[in-house]
Design a protein around this ligand. Structure first.
Ligand code: ADP
Ligand code: MG
Length: 719
């Protein structure tokens, strides 16, 4: 790691045709920010390539590069006073470097440091390369945890930087110092140096994008100040203000986009679907129960939306088993009674099949035919079903994204129901909608998500929440168990089945090891049937079976002819057998938290106590342990969703890639919920006044919005 000592001062790369300042024309974005880093003087192709590995291509990327942390280097902790347990930042000169003894690579490398007060040792495991990089006499700044090793106080594997004599120490010490994640060949100092120079050279010309009244009302730092303080703040307060400002921008652009989509939808003429309601009445009469208060309320919201002459965009949110499906079925028959078609789209083949079975059982008794459309159907069959839809012969279809991918035509699509589970994006929703003329749209999510997240992912939708489970549901008793308890678990299953109940045994199945996983599930089913429960009937369900075979097995399980259903995760969603009281999950550590919650939701649907047994290996990763603990600790879907989000982080939780939404540069959903709400209010106000961002004050917002939504919002075509 060689620090480049004498980087020439950065100045603006003056390339032909480049406009260095955009002050002249208010609508031109500052070209300087778009400068590729490679052309910034002092960076060059090699550094630019290293920076590109961090995803930094332009000056703008670099200015929004989030520091991992800031270190307070206003004062260093004297070496003699470091204490175990402390997180310390120290500086000292290397007096000795001790590689681990030969053949003892498990021993740490030790580096002895000296300052005016005394000595301290820093220890590094698996870091023999340090012997090549560090030399006696060099000055280091180290930051890390203080601990003990063999009785001695040591700095444990600290982050370190070599202080180079030519460096401008004003960037690196005596202040709050940004620390960035580095990459091979690009050490912390070099990166900080580059950032310092970029901030110096490029921020001054950046123009404020927010209208003055928003800045004042929200008490936000100006953009220039925020970008400077984001990297090189004078105080913690300045840093916090910078973060808040930049996070606000992230949210504002997202919410502006949503506000525009919403306002456009509310000005669009849609279908006014308000039949007499005979089919809904019949459907409701076929339920062996009353709707819950929450179901009644959301049905009322949906019914009104459908009747109103603009397109419905509604999210129906509710925990597993809260009864969303029947509400969706009520919406479907309402559209159908009014002479329209209804389409139900689900993210996976198996979920579509499940929904198909449910809808068929609800609608066919009313004389309403339902069909299934997935890509696994034979070409001829698919063609026939598509033709029937196009001719308007079939009023209700359930399918996967095959529905939108193949450009299925409807004669008169009135309602699109999307069972989303975070898996579809804005784009796919839009495409399904486009198959009709402004059909009403109902999006269902099974994982209840915290409000901030709902606003983020579904900000263009109105939200209905079923916040009540059907009466008489008892919380499922959840236990974590390891292999040693298998005999007792089987004995428990036997007891339950002898008492008249049924059980699920679920195996994980991941794509990479699908064949092996399938074999494990198959072998297990055979073993259980032959050796463990010869007196019961054991069924096996997996994704490779043909639709009819799956249908048959599920029917037999529902009828009670099969007592134990061994399955891969195909039953994660949709299956509904109230008599089942045990959910045994094999290799529970391999499932995601929301999957586990979905699986658990398969039981606890009858009047008896139900059980979820999570069988795991003896040693779990920290994350797996957190998932299992959360399952045991709560049955509340909202709480589960929160923990899931904490563990996985928002990107993964949402599947950001699929969502197609603008990515956040700085904002953090877990931390910045309050800012999100404020940004949403401002966005709504701005759009209420100026729906196409045409006012002079909004020109830079407009440019920023178009850039961040990358063409997904076509302002130009409207504005
Ligand atoms: P979700 O789709 O929200 O997971 P479902 O619509 O599958 O929930 O409903 C779960 C189960 O609860 C089904 O067996 C359904 O028939 C039943 N159910 C739905 N609404 C009620 C209700 N109001 N009272 C009793 N049972 C209900
Ligand atoms: Mg359901």
């Amino acid at each position: 790691m060689v620090a480049s000592r004498h980087e020439p001062a950065l100045c603006r790369a003056a390339r032909p045709g480049e406009r260095l300042s955009s002050r002249a024309g208010a609508s031109t974005p500052a070209t300087g920010l778009a400068t590729p880093l490679q052309f910034v003087k002092g960076i060059g192709p090699r550094r630019a390539e290293q920076l590109a590995r961090k995803g930094l291509e332009t000056v703008e990327d670099a200015l929004y590069f989030v520091p991992l942390r800031h270190e307070d280097r206003t004062t260093f902790t004297p070496l003699k006073s470091i204490q175990p347990g402390q997180l310390a930042t120290c500086t000292g000169v290397i007096t000795a470097i001790g590689p681990p003894p030969p053949g003892r690579s498990r021993h740490p490398m030790t580096v002895m440091l000296r300052d005016d007060t005394g000595y301290a040792t820093a220890s590094f495991f698996n870091a023999r390369y340090l012997a090549r990089v560090l030399q006696r006499g060099q000055r280091l700044i180290v930051h890390g945890k203080v601990g003990r090793f063999r009785g001695q106080i040591v700095l444990q594997h600290p982050d370190w930087e070599i202080v180079e004599s030519g460096d401008d120490e004003r960037l690196h010490a005596g202040r709050l110092v940004p620390v960035y994640s580095t990459t091979e060949g690009l050490n912390p100092r070099v990166l900080r140096g580059i950032m310092g120079k970029l901030v110096e050279a490029y921020t001054a010309d950046i123009e404020e994008i927010l209208p003055a009244d928003v800045l004042a009302r929200q008490r936000l730092a100006g953009l220039v100040q925020a970008l400077r303080d984001f990297h090189f703040p004078q105080t913690e307060e300045a840093l916090a203000a910078a973060r808040r400002r930049l996070a606000f921008d992230d949210f504002l652009f997202l919410q502006l986009g949503f506000a525009i989509l919403k306002s456009r939808a509310s000005r669009t003429r849609g279908l006014s679907i308000k039949p007499r309601g005979d089919l809904v009445t019949k459907l409701r009469a076929s339920f062996p129960y009353e709707l819950t208060g929450a179901q009644d309320r959301v049905w009322d919201e949906i019914r009104r939306d459908m009747a109103a002459p603009y397109p419905m965009h509604r999210l129906l949110q509710g925990d597993v088993g809260s009864g969303k499906t029947i509400v969706a079925a009520m919406a479907a028959v309402t559209a159908i009674e009014a002479g329209y078609q209804a389409a139900i789209m689900a993210p996976t083949e198996i979920l579509s099949e499940q929904h198909f079975m449910t809808f068929r059982s609800l609608l066919e008794p009313l004389g309403v035919p339902v069909t299934l459309l997935t890509s696994s159907l034979g070409a001829r069959e698919r063609k026939a079903r598509r033709a029937a839809l196009a001719a308007g012969e079939i009023p209700c279809v359930v399918g996967t994204h095959a529905l939108v991918q193949e450009g299925v035509e409807f004669r008169k699509l009135g309602l699109a129901v999307i069972d989303e589970q975070h898996r579809f994006g804005v784009g796919q929703r839009a495409r399904l909608k486009s198959l009709g003329e402004q059909p009403d749209m109902l999006v269902m999510t099974a994982t209840p998500i915290p409000r901030t997240l709902a606003l983020t992912l579904h900000g263009d939708l109105d939200v209905s929440v079923i916040d009540e489970l059907p009466p008489g549901r008892k919380p499922v008793v959840t236990r974590a168990r390891t292999e040693g308890r298998r005999p007792q678990i089987y004995a428990f299953l036997r007891e339950q089945i002898q008492a008249g109940r049924q059980a699920y045994i679920v195996y994980p199945l991941v794509e990479e090891s699908e064949t092996l996983d399938l074999k494990a599930a198959t072998d297990m089913a055979r073993h259980l049937a032959a050796d463990v429960f010869p007196e019961f009937t054991v069924g096996l369900l997996h994704g490779r079976l043909k639709f009819d075979e799956k249908d048959e097995i599920m029917r037999r399980f529902k009828d009670g002819a099969v007592q134990i259903l061994v399955s891969t995760t195909v039953i994660e969603v949709g299956i509904d057998v109230p008599n089942a009281s045990v959910m045994l999950v094999e290799h529970a550590e391999r499932f995601g938290l929301s999957q586990l919650h979905q699986l658990r939701g398969r039981v606890g649907r009858g009047p008896w106590t139900s059980y979820c047994i999570l069988l795991t290996g003896a040693r779990l990763s920290e994350e797996a342990q957190r998932r299992i603990d959360a399952m045991v600790a709560t049955t509340d879907g909202f709480r589960i969703a929160e923990v899931d989000l904490e563990i996985r982080g928002p990107g993964d939780f949402f599947g950001t890639r699929q969502s197609g939404l603008p990515e956040f540069r700085v904002a953090d959903l877990l931390r910045d919920g309050v800012i999100l709400e404020a940004a949403r209010r401002e966005a709504d106000q701005i759009v209420a006044r100026d729906a196409n961002l045409r006012e002079p004050d909004h020109q830079r917002l407009r440019a920023g919005l178009l850039a961040r939504w990358r063409g997904k919002i076509g302002l130009a075509s409207v504005g």
